[in-house]
Design a protein around this ligand. Structure first.
Ligand code: SF4
Length: 449
């Protein structure tokens, strides 16, 4: 089989690098997508202590309290402009996610301000799920108490490894001892759900050291574990080390994944996707993606994405420090937050792809009746490759869904990118041609299995 198993993580579609300039669009035209209940709110806080070696997220280091205050002033101005729209659409948000960056890098007063602003200018459902990301170095008792008081239901901690040598390779700022203390603190802080992230495929990491991190994590009892293969994309600090000869071993990464998936299954964990493993006693919980592919998400701040019907938008994709800082300046200088200037309008064909991609890669899988009702057609007829994947044993039909088999699940980062349309791939490749490097796999031609 000639293939690249770790091509790309398809957590959304289309990728931000396929976005481009938009003209003449305002949020007022998309009010119906924000009408009533059921929408998600996202606040991006793009500040970190140090930049992790693999990070290609919109985040910057070295921003002091004043710079963060200025950013929050801008978020408040954005919220004030959105408030009348929310009122006329009678919008009710059923979830709030605060991500970054490292949200807990903010002072307690700044964190309190975030929650107060959101509650003042938006309507959050009484039982809204409120999710926040944290990192071991920023996890301390007073901030966790503040989150609990603010109604946070779920905390996600990026640990990545319980071995200092691996953390150093990843350029994470925390050490294993701190990760243990912080996870223990978090587990004893009374949140409804806690999840922890780990990375495999790290140079110098063995199957047994990865398995040992996973087993240790399980001993703390988090509700979910997310296991990510290491990717080094354009602009990430580790890219330079790849240029100097550092090697990512895909076969070893896959053996680490297999060993962890097998061990977790034998300990009752339910695997929902290539990355998500749910503790046996944990309540059903939400899907990795909170919508059915069409729910609205409105982002606040700079760097987060909004999804309103066929309109997807955000600030232009930025990875390097210079380009992130440039975006931050532009964000603070924005006068009209209702004008949408950068994004993509999805055709019906692209909406079908999005529906398939977002459902297929996580159990229970692609709902066939829902697809038929939404698009008045048959998923496998629209995407003949799905037939082929069934023949190859990557997919199976179960309970009105097309679901990944165990073999297919391990191939998620190969199968997902195969569903990218030619138009979107061309746009992504144009972006890569301008900004990318030889290490970015999306530049390669996809080989059919
Ligand atoms: S991976 Fe997370 S913690 Fe690390 S630099 Fe990126 S946003 Fe910050």
């Amino acid at each position: 089989m000639n293939m690249k198993r770790y091509t790309q993580y398809m957590y959304s579609y289309p990728h931000k690098t396929a976005y481009g300039p938009l003209e003449g669009i305002t949020l007022n035209q998309y009010l119906s997508d924000l009408a009533g209940a059921g929408h998600d709110l996202y606040l991006h806080l793009p500040f970190c202590e140090t930049k992790c070696g693999y990070c290609n997220l919109f985040s910057v280091t070295g921003q002091g309290e004043t710079a963060i205050d200025r950013y929050l002033d801008t978020v408040e101005r954005q919220l004030r402009q959105y408030e009348p729209l929310f009122a006329s659409a009678n919008s009710l948000f059923t979830s709030l996610t605060i991500g970054g960056g490292t949200p807990l890098l903010l002072t307690e007063a700044q964190l309190e301000r975030c929650f107060a602003m959101i509650r003042r200018y938006t309507r959050l459902a009484r039982d809204a799920e409120i999710i926040i990301e944290t990192a071991p170095n920023q996890t301390a008792k007073p901030k966790l108490a503040l989150l609990k008081d603010a109604g946070v239901t779920r905390v996600s901690m990026g640990i990545q490894s319980f071995f200092d040598e691996e953390l150093k390779v990843l350029k994470r700022s925390h050490r294993a001892k701190k990760a243990r203390e912080s996870l223990d603190l978090l587990m004893n802080s009374g949140f409804s759900r806690v999840n922890a992230d780990f990375i495999y495929g790290v140079p110098g990491q063995s199957v047994s050291s990865f398995l040992s991190s996973v087993k240790e994590a399980v001993s703390f009892g988090p509700d979910e574990l997310f296991l990510y293969p290491l990717y080094v994309k354009h602009g990430a600090a580790l890219e330079q080390e790849l240029n100097r000869g550092l090697v990512l071993d895909e076969d070893l990464a896959f053996r680490q994944y297999e060993a962890a998936a097998e061990w977790l299954a034998s300990h009752g964990y339910r695997q929902d996707s290539m990355r998500r493993f749910v503790r046996p006693e944990s309540p059903g919980g939400s899907r990795e993606f909170s919508d059915c592919g069409f729910g609205s998400t409105l982002s606040l701040g700079c760097g987060g994405r909004s999804y309103l019907g066929n309109l997807h938008y955000c600030t232009p994709y930025a990875v390097t420090r210079e380009s992130c800082l440039e975006q931050l300046v532009q964000y603070e200088e924005t006068r009209d937050f209702c004008a949408v200037t950068h994004g993509i309008l999805l055709s019906e064909e692209e909406q079908k792809r999005r529906f398939v991609i977002r459902h297929l890669l996580i159990l229970p899988g692609l709902p066939l009746t829902a697809y038929r009702e939404t698009f008045h057609g048959d998923a496998a007829a629209d995407f003949p490759i799905l037939h082929k994947w069934m023949e190859q044993g990557f997919l199976k039909e179960q309970r009105d869904c097309l679901a990944l088999t165990e073999k297919g699940m391990g191939l998620s980062d190969y199968l997902g990118p195969m569903l990218i349309s030619k138009e979107v791939r061309d746009k992504m490749n144009q972006w890569e041609a301008l900004h990318g490097t030889k290490h970015n796999p999306i530049q390669r031609e996809f080989k059919e299995l």
